[in-house]
Design a protein. Structure first.
Length: 604
């Protein structure tokens, strides 16, 4: 992953993979040894402040955003005393660009051992060695900054000192046991450690964002990279802790496959994963809390007072490890084949996953957009935004042979779940956030709301709505109270700060239909088949427009409280601006029926 491609961002990448292994058969053993090497090279040219995003006076840090077209026209009117000459803001000189090179060298050995005629064992060891080939320019600037770690202890952050090479060991063992000896009941499972990669944009951010390093352009002579680009200073500073490790998860699974009477079969499987080297992001430029708010969260002083270094909002974003985080998956499936041409399947899956990281993004955005209850540098263990909690799937296919040349197949798939598909803009799990910077860490819109039990736990200011009507504090509490009561999550968590991604999408259901018609004929000695297909997606919505419609949370419902001010005692005062209900109909294609036709020509 990397920054979105735009006129300000050019990214080239090259990937090289070399694999070699050797297997030896020795009696009941199959021994395998091998090695794998992967090399990833990137050229990143991210020039966000060159042609498209400019900091405009009198407020810095907001970029070129306007509330209306008329505001933009006024700002670009040469007769306006506040005229902004954008042409003078366009960058000049060489482009900013970095060569980034990282690799992974792996060795592995495995033994597949047939212990008995009914029991087979597989065990082995893998060793992964991440290697950073890019050598950053020495950075006395980053070493001179004031910085605090996640425990509020003083630390030195050296952007130019990458993690050393560390071997990550992954031992694994698995088994497959034919319980009855006739393969009607098989028990299988295993446990082991698995090593993954980081999104390389995080490593790339470290190289791309050295802050005001005096050894880089424009403070020093240009160091060319390629494509008319040179290494340059940056606004933010990104770094990795010296002992940073790539992600590792200890995963254990246990499953049983059973042949059931009447030509049926079933499977039950449980998978549990525990983070060994999880990842979280912190900002070492954040000051110690100056006080505690009434709901128990720390307060950091607000924009301008929240930084250890007077750098106008730039951060020191450090990638670090955590062992918090886990996932649990339980699935069951039942399959049945009937003699008259009907095949059926029904399955259920349950997923629970928690971690300390919102999602994959560039390093600074990971921290800035992380929904937090308390300390943003010690994010709480909370729900992952990926995965549905409950899901049922049932499928059936039925075939009819009308003759030797004509065959019809019908298929139905039923899908129901709690949750929804994940997308970058949400759509599965949600967080209830304040509009405004309640914890004073300099980031607005990422503080999770406190859900009051009664009116004594929240303060409102009256305001004038869009219709010119004054909305009193008492009326706002009445609206908020009704809003809390209509939402199951909010209703069940009164008196608490809401959780990151604590709200999940309601249940949905969907039915898809497929019809295949085969028409066969012979040309010479070869059989020819024309296959016609009809697919109806979301069949229920075709039958009734109220069926098959999914729900998503209204954006207004997810930020129902707007911070107005802090009172004389330092406590926040709000306006309630939320709607009456949390969920609205999903306008996407998932809530609409679709029909497609197809033709396939098959030569046997």
């Amino acid at each position: 992953g990397h920054e979105p491609f735009s006129i300000n961002n050019i990214l080239d990448q090259d990937v090289l993979q070399l694999t070699n292994n050797f297997s030896l058969f020795a009696g009941r053993h199959v021994l395998t040894v091998g090695a794998n090497y992967e090399s990833f090279s990137f050229f990143n040219s991210f020039n966000i402040f060159r042609h498209g995003v400019f900091f405009l006076p009198p407020v810095t840090g907001i970029g070129t955003t306007f509330s209306s077209l008329q505001e933009f026209l006024n700002a670009t009117d040469r007769n306006n005393p506040n005229f902004i000459d954008f042409r003078r803001l366009i960058g000049s000189g060489p482009f900013k660009g970095e060569n980034i090179h990282v690799g992974q060298l792996s060795f592995y050995a495995q033994d597949e051992f047939l212990a008995t005629d009914r029991l087979s064992l597989t065990y082995g060891l893998r060793a992964d060695l991440p290697v950073y080939f890019t050598d950053p320019v020495d950075n006395p600037f980053s070493r001179g900054l004031r910085a605090l770690d996640e425990n509020r202890n003083t630390e030195v952050v050296d952007q130019s000192d990458l993690p050393g090479a560390q071997v990550l060991f992954s031992p694994r063992v698995g088994f497959n046991w034919d319980v009855t000896g006739d393969r009607t009941t098989q028990l299988r499972g295993g446990t082991g450690i698995f090593t993954g990669r980081i999104p390389f944009v995080w490593f790339g951010n470290v190289i791309s964002n050295p802050g005001a390093n005096p050894n880089l352009f424009p403070a020093a002579d240009p160091i060319p990279t390629k494509k008319d680009a040179v290494l340059q200073q940056s606004f933010d500073l990104n770094a990795m802790v010296k002992d940073f490790k790539w992600p590792q998860v200890w995963t254990t699974n246990l499953a049983i496959d059973k042949v059931l009477p009447a030509d049926a079969s079933g499977t039950l499987e449980i998978i549990y994963g525990k983070d060994i080297n999880g990842i979280f992001m912190r900002n070492a430029d954040l000051v110690r809390p100056v006080r505690t708010l009434a709901d128990g969260r720390p307060y950091y002083g607000g924009f301008g007072n929240n930084e250890l270094n007077a750098d106008g909002g730039a951060g020191i974003y450090v990638i670090d490890n955590t062992s918090d985080g886990y996932s649990l998956s339980v699935s069951a499936q039942l399959r049945k084949r009937f003699d008259f041409g009907l095949d059926g399947m029904v399955s259920y899956a349950y997923t629970e996953a928690k971690n300390r990281l919102k999602s994959t993004e560039i390093a600074s955005v990971l921290w800035q957009n992380q929904p937090v209850q308390g300390d943003p540098n010690n994010p709480e263990l909370a729900h992952s935004e990926f995965g549905q909690r409950h899901r049922f799937v049932a499928a059936a296919t039925y075939s009819v042979d009308w003759s030797e040349t004509a065959r019809t197949q019908f298929g139905l798939v039923f899908d129901a779940g709690e949750g929804n598909r994940f997308s970058g803009a949400g759509g599965n799990r949600y967080s209830f956030l304040y509009a405004g910077d309640v914890n004073g860490d300099g980031q607005g819109g990422n503080d999770l709301i406190f859900i009051p039990r009664d009116q004594s736990q929240i303060r409102f200011d009256s305001f004038v709505d869009g219709n010119g009507r004054t909305v009193s504090a008492a009326e706002q509490w009445s609206r908020l109270n009704r809003f809390i009561e209509q939402d199951k999550y909010l209703r069940n968590h009164r008196g608490e700060i809401s959780e990151r991604f604590g709200l999940i999408n309601p249940w949905y259901s969907n039915i898809d239909l497929r019809v295949l018609q085969d028409l066969a004929f012979a040309i010479g000695t070869k059989r020819q088949t024309v296959q016609l297909n009809l697919d109806v997606l979301n069949l229920g919505n075709l039958i009734n427009s109220d069926w098959g419609v999914r729900k998503v949370a209204s954006p207004a419902a997810l930020s129902p409280l707007r911070l107005v001010r802090f009172d004389t005692s330092g406590q926040p005062v709000f306006n309630f601006t939320g709607p009456t209900e949390t969920f609205i109909d999903d306008p996407s294609i998932l809530s609409r029926w679709q029909v497609q036709f197809g033709v396939k020509y098959i030569v046997n």
